[in-house]
Design a protein around this ligand. Structure first.
Ligand code: 4AD
Length: 463
């Protein structure tokens, strides 16, 4: 169907003014008097709505006047300028075709609905201003991330979703099985006999594409993954989802410093791209969701990220222990309240925290000379806390095997990974950016459930 988009009308209005146009969209509101009426239409292409004026000289005037909010219509008419009105132009309709009526119990009405209520109608919430803005920004951000890496020659690698290894070693995995749960085959010692399972072994949904990504970095040098990851973490917070997307670049012949430079450049690039390409949406967030968002993002683009080691960060935080629910001390993982304090109160901008104690980080991270800390980095941002986790990888075969032994990981489960340290090992590094946390950061939305089209969290897998 030859429809012009409202986006196109806004962007190139001079071309269309006083000409005939046809649009298709959904009724946001409608009011009529005896001889004419107004319909506010949103066509999904653009954040702004378009007002349609219709008159009783139309054959189906009665049908149109009875439309409910949510109905789908196709409108033909002349685009006329309305310099005095809120919107710069409207359509004087010559024809309104009803494509699909809407029942009177349409759950979205003109008033503002709470995010909580809208979560219960996840299939309809993309028809509201907030979620139109969120999901357009989500789409643009995905594009900007691909563009950033592709422009720099990174190869996009599709790592598998079903895996036989636990990348993070945290045991927070969803199992994948075809075994009959009512009649699970057992070994003589009572354990589950996975030889009868589909893959002949225990398998899970991936928690990270990193280990597979590393193998491709040792062939292509610079790669990235961008796909879904799954974690059965029982954390019912506003920042954790059971299914989320992660971007994981991996760079060979590179150390932790190169890793941080890449992460900072990527975040700044994505912020700039979204502010340039979704100005209406960003202004909306700035006005209605998070006042000060645009100033904050502008500051981020124009200043350097702060840097601090974990040990220094603990020294700083210990001075403020009275403010925290969980007191900090060297060796403990940073909680969200500590992360946010550092980035919001101490540095007031994104901060890289480096060199964490080995005990609280994954097995694959490169040991520092002190033998106590590893070359890990987390990037913390105001409003959220951790948005990126990364590290330089242990590229020494013997050291990696020793660390795996310490942690009780079986060498045979990681044969392919150890091979990388046997055949042309290079120093290399990478990180994982949580895509949803990135969208929260860009939009000011405060709950991860509101930046995922169909969120999966503890006790919630609707639609
Ligand atoms: O710090 P994490 O666990 O790092 C990794 O998975 C590494 N393998 C990445 C790498 O070096 N290639 O997770 C990375 C990021 C976090 O900083 C966070 O933004 C996000 O993934 N993340 C989650 N996002 C939403 N819900 C969850 N349950 C998340 N867990 C981690």
């Amino acid at each position: 169907m030859d429809l012009v988009t409202v986006r196109e009308l806004y962007r190139n209005r001079e071309e269309y003014l006083d000409k005939e146009v046809t649009i298709g969209g959904w009724v946001r509101s409608i009011r009529d008097s005896k001889t004419f009426g107004f319909i506010v239409v949103n066509d999904g292409s653009f954040f702004e709505n378009l007002q349609v004026v219709y008159h009783d000289n139309m054959e189906n005037f009665g049908e149109i006047s009875k439309l409910n909010v949510g109905a789908a219509i196709i409108v033909k008419g002349t685009l006329v300028a309305t310099p005095q009105a809120k919107q710069p132009f409207e359509i004087q309709a010559t024809e309104v075709v009803v494509e699909g009526t809407s029942a009177p119990d349409y759950p979205l009405q003109k008033k503002r609905h709470s995010f909580e209520y809208l979560r219960s109608i996840a299939h309809l919430r993309p028809r509201t201003n907030t979620f139109q803005a969120v999901f357009r920004v989500r789409s643009l951000t995905a594009y900007a991330i691909h563009k950033f890496f592709q422009e720099r020659g990174f190869v996009y690698v599709h790592t598998p979703l079903i895996t036989g290894s636990d990348c993070e070693g945290a045991g927070e995995m969803f199992q994948v099985t075809t075994l009959d749960m009512n009649n699970v085959p057992k070994n003589a010692d009572g354990t589950v006999d996975y030889s009868k399972d589909f893959f002949g072994k225990e398998t899970n949904l991936t928690v990270s594409g990193q280990l597979n990504g590393e193998t491709y970095a040792q062939a292509f040098r610079n790669i990235y993954t961008f796909g879904p990851t799954f974690r059965a973490e029982n954390s019912n917070t506003t920042r954790h989802a059971a299914e989320f997307w992660m971007i994981e670049p991996e760079i060979a012949f590179a150390d932790l410093e190169d890793d941080m430079i890449l992460a900072e450049n990527m975040l700044k690039y994505v912020i700039r791209y979204v502010m340039e390409n979704a100005p209406e949406e960003m202004n909306f967030f700035n006005s209605f969701v998070d006042k000060g968002l645009i100033d904050r993002l502008n500051n981020v683009v124009n200043s350097d990220f702060a840097r601090v080691t974990y040990t220094e960060a603990i020294e700083i935080l210990e001075k403020h222990n009275d403010k925290f629910e969980y007191k900090v001390s060297w060796g403990a993982d940073l909680q969200t309240e500590h992360e946010r304090y550092l980035t919001e109160e101490i540095y007031k901008r994104p901060v890289f925290v480096t060199d964490y104690p080995k005990e609280i980080k994954a097995f694959y991270m490169k040991m520092n000379d002190d033998n106590k800390t590893v070359a890990a980095v987390d990037c913390l941002v105001p409003g959220i806390g951790e948005i990126i986790g990364g590290s330089q990888r242990e590229d020494d075969y013997d050291k990696l095997v020793a660390r795996m032994k310490e942690l009780g990981l079986k060498e045979e489960d990681y044969g392919f990974y150890l091979d990388l340290r046997k055949y042309g090992s290079t120093r290399h590094a990478g990180f994982g950016l949580g895509f949803e946390r990135c969208i929260m950061y860009l939009t000011g939305m405060s709950n991860i459930r509101d930046v995922i089209p169909f969120p999966r969290t503890v006790n919630n897998c609707e639609l």
